[in-house]
Write a protein that binds this ligand. Structure first.
Ligand code: PBG
Length: 316
């Protein structure tokens, strides 16, 4: 009866797996704070993307980790055709074609020596408008490499419009934009920053939102939709279900939510201690994100959840 009448179901097609690729390694690297997540080589990334397609996932979101000596204050490797993320996009597209939606993180933090999501002005503050130009060039490079979707995650004002204009001017009208629309400053990004070896000292409070603010989530999202976002995202997901529900109630475009690294790592850590049932907690947390209104959930548990679905045939 419960199976028949469930209001919400987990379905691999609605899940996106975030993946990391690192330049200059010959074997994948395990990540202490993110069990079951790796920094991939290009080869192992291609294999893992093929498995994701086979498991029926909806998409993958790629993040690049450049060699440390290739970082600079402008994040040039984000734009370079042979930058690690752009090479990874080409490799994954060649492997999976259109079997998965291939998404790219469009942001500079992995590529800059200072670790900020944008370039800096002389006084050390993040220069919003100078960053927009680079985001446009980065999105074009990512689309040319093979990204179906670019995902601006840097929370610069007007980033969606700048990227849409740059893509259109380059003849890339069919590349979609998943806007990190309501992205909050969060303590739950900790393991991710380890995963991408981010050099950030300080914080991102001058551009990411204050977790105290719910209405502001609606404002940021409506601005991104007006600028041409094809999908909008709330991030983190689990502690921002009110924001997510608000946005899902009125959004004219699909709504995504990102179960971020800290949310995933806490469940895994408690499970390792035998304090909670890990698979059940992952299932419940992602189901709750869907219940609150997300059409699409980005989660490091996407493969486990998809396998479970297929094993039980309970969801799809
Ligand atoms: C920025 C970006 C971050 C995450 C995704 N994109 C880090 C940040 O804003 O500091 C975090 C994702 C996670 O914690 O899983 N490029």
């Amino acid at each position: 009866m419960r199976r028949l009448t469930a209001e919400t179901r987990l379905n691999p097609a609605g899940l996106v797996l975030p993946m990391f690729v690192q330049e200059g390694i010959s074997e994948p690297v395990e990540l202490d704070s993110l069990p079951a997540v790796k920094r991939h080589t290009l080869d192992s990334l291609a294999r893992a993307a093929a498995e994701a397609a086979k498991a029926g996932l909806g998409g993958v979101m790629l993040f690049g980790v450049p060699a440390t000596d290739k970082k600079d204050p402008f994040g040039s490797q984000a734009v370079a055709e042979d930058g690690i993320l752009n090479r990874a996009l080409a490799t994954v597209r060649a492997e999976v074609g259109d079997a998965l939606v291939v998404m790219a993180d469009t942001c500079l933090d992995e590529f800059t020596t200072h670790g900020h999501c944008g370039v800096l002005a002389a006084d050390g503050s993040v220069d919003n408008d100078a960053t927009l130009e680079i985001y446009g060039a980065q999105a074009v490079a990512q689309a040319r490499a093979g990204a179906h979707v670019v995902g601006p995650s840097g929370m610069m004002d007007h980033q969606v419009a700048a990227i849409r204009d740059a893509l259109d001017a380059a003849g890339l009208q069919n590349t979609s934009i998943l806007a990190y629309a309501a992205k909050y400053t969060s303590a739950f990004y900790g393991p991710f920053r380890e995963a991408v070896a981010c050099s950030l000292e300080g914080d991102r409070r001058s551009y990411q939102m204050d977790p105290a603010n719910r209405r502001e989530g609606r404002l940021e999202t409506s601005l991104d939709i007006a600028e041409g976002a094809d999908m909008v995202m709330v991030k983190p997901a689990g502690y921002f279900l009110d924001v997510l529900a608000d946005i899902a109630a009125t959004s004219p475009v699909p709504v995504a939510a990102y179960q971020v690294s800290g949310e995933y790592a806490m469940i895994q850590a408690a499970a390792r201690n035998g304090w909670i049932d890990g698979p059940a907690a992952l299932r419940e947390s992602v189901l709750s994100i869907h219940r609150a209104g997300a059409d699409v959930v980005l989660t490091y548990a996407a493969m486990e959840l998809a396998r479970e679905c297929c094993d039980t045939c309970d969801c799809c």
